[in-house]
Ligand binder design. Sequence first.
Ligand SMILES: Nc1nc2c(ncn2[C@@H]2O[C@H](COP(=O)(O)OP(=O)(O)OP(=O)(O)O)[C@@H](O)[C@H]2O)c(=O)[nH]1
Ligand SMILES: [Mg+2]
Length: 213
Amino acid sequence: MAKSLQIINPKYTASAVRKDQYPDSGLPEIAFLGRSNVGKSSLINSLCNYRGLARVSGEPGKTQTINYFSVELREKDGEAIRRTPFFLVDLPGYGFARTGGQKRQMWSDFIGEYVTQSPHLVMLCLLVDLRHPGLDIDRQAYQWLSEHGVPLQIVGTKADKLKASEKRKNMIMLKQIFPTGHDAVVHSSLKKEGSAALLERILMSLDEASSLP
Ligand SMILES: Nc1nc2c(ncn2[C@@H]2O[C@H](COP(=O)(O)OP(=O)(O)OP(=O)(O)O)[C@@H](O)[C@H]2O)c(=O)[nH]1
Ligand SMILES: [Mg+2]
């Protein structure tokens, strides 16, 4: 029988804007970053099959804090079942400033602090709207994250908004613009496309992290 992967038992656990507010359970973390409105919170809900878990909005700037959701990855391989607990971490978006006037920053300092200093972050999914594969702000974010050695997985979002031919073309562009060790994953929260591939990557990175000394 084929192997199946599923997220189970999702629960909101904590919100943080400072290091001393990070949960101290020691669980590995998979986090989601990208432009405001790119679909980070929706993707978490879609992976968990739980509509209201992370707050979603049509207006950019909805998620304002680092939000931790405890989950388990359930892997069923024939009769064998394995459950791996970890956190899905929703982050505020970048590229949208509610108030003008201040010096433009890519994102709040606490986001940079989290992605570079959280001791349990094993993979950061960088979400890019598949309709707009090469925006300057996403290139800058990718550059900064790469320079800081953050382990990245690129995810092209809102794939349901493109025709099959555009999807293929833009996925090739994503791979060229944002080269990482693993191919970009194409995803649609609306159509649930790409979740299986992303769960495979999550399992791989959790397994790699747990095998480190
Ligand atoms: N068509 C389509 N719409 C989507 C998809 N994912 C998210 N959306 C819509 O995009 C909007 C923003 O979604 P969110 O999940 O709140 O985006 P976010 O990246 O968390 O935004 P911030 O928290 O503001 O940074 C909402 O109106 C969602 O319904 C998708 O896969 N397909
Ligand atoms: Mg959000």
